[in-house]
Ligand binder design. Structure first.
Ligand code: SIN
Length: 280
């Protein structure tokens, strides 16, 4: 197995491993450490069924039940799909994952990681961008770090301030998705100890104790800073890619910039995470 960094802060490519076969414990440990070091691992040349993907991701953790069961694959409901072929009830096309976000931050214990495996890709475009929130946090002026360090954010399924509309929850999902949860705006990574900005423009409804007139411009300012080009790794998908990323310290977004007559379809699974600790 060979691991090569894809940028100086985020992403590494993994070659020379077949995840459809059992992986030796020392190789599993190397992969788990590489995931923490690089935040995004791109494992090339895989061809996994949903069940094989489920077995492979256990190297990194246990499966998190995704909120919206409407995207579950019938034969293997722990695996969901990402597709550009679904539509809202009014006929508009739904592009999952467009707009910067971190996955399921409206859960008390948001998933630590998300894994996608490419099944069908368009001939060009459809990249996934990642922004490293730990590097972005470290680059903030001290005055802003001090201002945000003890702030708490209210996360909901769909923020009323979000520019992006999510697909409605299925009826079974509605019963188990919390109305609102509170998480710190600065999150300490439970395994690396690094601090990150923890924002989500799709889910954050407001900041505790701050008027929207103060909170919303602050969130906009943090997002603009955090998604600057120098904090990004942009993933151009190749057939056979399996990509795992760390939701605790990254934002990501999909790009619906390709010919929609072509299908983009990937398997998706998430892994259980911790409750983000309060600072101070
Ligand atoms: C996601 O947000 O989980 C999907 C990202 C993608 O489709 O590139």
């Amino acid at each position: 197995m060979r691991i090569k960094a894809l940028s100086d802060h985020t992403g590494a490519e993994v070659r020379g491993i077949d995840l459809s076969c059992p992986v030796a414990p020392d190789t599993q440990a190397t992969l788990a450490q590489a995931f923490l070091t690089h935040g995004v691992l791109v494992v090339r040349d895989q061809s996994l069924t949903p069940l094989q993907m489920l077995a492979a991701v256990r190297i990194f953790g246990s499966v998190f039940p995704q909120h919206n069961t409407r995207f579950a694959i019938p034969d293997c409901p722990e695996i969901h799909y990402i597709s550009n072929q679904d539509r809202f009830a009014d006929g508009r096309r739904y592009i999952p994952g467009e707009g910067w976000h971190t996955d399921h931050s409206n859960d008390p214990h948001p998933p630590k990681a998300t894994v996608l495996h490419a099944v069908t890709l368009p001939s060009g475009g459809g990249d996934t961008q990642f922004a490293n929130m730990a590097v972005a946090y470290a680059a903030l002026p001290i005055s802003i770090r001090e201002r945000i360090t003890n702030l708490m954010a209210i996360h909901v399924y769909q923020s009323s301030h979000s520019a992006r509309q999510l697909m409605d929850l299925s009826n079974t999902s509605k019963e188990r998705v919390p109305n609102a949860v509170i998480h710190p705006l600065v999150r300490t990574h439970p395994e690396t100890g690094r601090q990150s900005i923890y924002i989500n423009p799709i889910r954050i409804e407001g900041l505790l104790g701050l008027d929207h007139r103060e909170a919303l411009p602050l969130l906009d300012e943090l997002l603009a800073h955090a998604t600057r080009d120098e904090f990004q790794y942009r993933h151009e998908w190749q057939g056979g890619d399996l990509v795992i990323w760390d939701n605790r310290c990254l934002l990501h977004k999909a790009n619906g910039d390709y010919d929609m007559a072509q299908t983009r379809y990937l398997y998706r699974v998430m892994l259980r995470g911790d409750r983000p600790p309060r600072n101070g």
